[in-house]
Ligand binder design. Sequence first.
Ligand code: AN0
Ligand code: CP
Length: 317
Amino acid sequence: MRYFTSVSDLGDLSEALRLAKEIKADRFKYDTLGRHKTLMMVFFNSSLRTRLSTQKAALNLGMNVIVLDVNAGAWKLETERGVIMDGDKPEHLLEAIPVMGCYCDIIGVRSFAGLTSREYDYGEVVLNNFIKYSGRPVFSMEAATGHPLQGFADIITIEEHKTKPRPKVVMSWAPHPRALPQAVPNSFAQWSLAAGYDLVITHPHGYELDERFTKGATIEYDREKAFEGADFVYAKNWSAYAGDNYGAILSKDRSWTVDSRTMALTNDAYFMHCLPVRRNMIVTDDVIESPRSLVIPETANREISATVVLKKMLESL
Ligand code: AN0
Ligand code: CP
């Protein structure tokens, strides 16, 4: 696997889930595969889980790791082509990328959506520049439109906890004070559908996601109806995708916060969120602290999804 940006890059999903189970049982099973290979993790945005879990995954495979926080210590980077660089940015991304490629064998990139231009974000310009100019295999550590390592970890977690072959999984929009990208909900929808779950997405009008990620899911605007009989509730905020509202906050309605009253409508559902989460905006303290909360098992499975992905990339070197 040279590139990992979406579920389709992984090949057979059930085989990848089998490998995830094998690695979880013995995470050092392939600890010589990455000997003398270097992973470079490039962050244009903040991270706790991705930074730690991907680094741990690389160590499981015997790799060396370099972490670059672009906004802390590197030269400020220009990203637009054609710009006369007489401002505060001394270096261009188009040189910086092949420079990074000189010092590693595999590159992971975190580059969030700017939420000002749908065309620029959904063109995945930064991630695609790494694919084009680094000369190295590249994987997404959450780019503008997807967070595949998170989507993979989420379905590993559902597979571990489901009690029926096709669980009802509800992805529910929840309020947040700042505009967030659609990357996490796009990937959760894409991976849940690929895994064959009965996926219901509920959100206020105007929060419709890109159908390329959600085709096959049921969109239910009546939130209480959506929650009825759910086996898993996945809460997430995202900003508007559709129409002229790209990147906008259309609602901060706190009646969409996941609480014990709405969870009581479900089939004793598990609660899920990718983290970081704003308590009592997205979810109440009691729901996230309840024994049905899977937020920490999801996080733990980030190490597993990253180990599977890096193993498959190392095998293609
Ligand atoms: C990011 C997002 O919603 O995409 C990262 C989530 C993994 N969240 C925030 O910026 C709070
Ligand atoms: N879930 C997740 O990707 O978290 P970080 O932003 O902390 O990496």
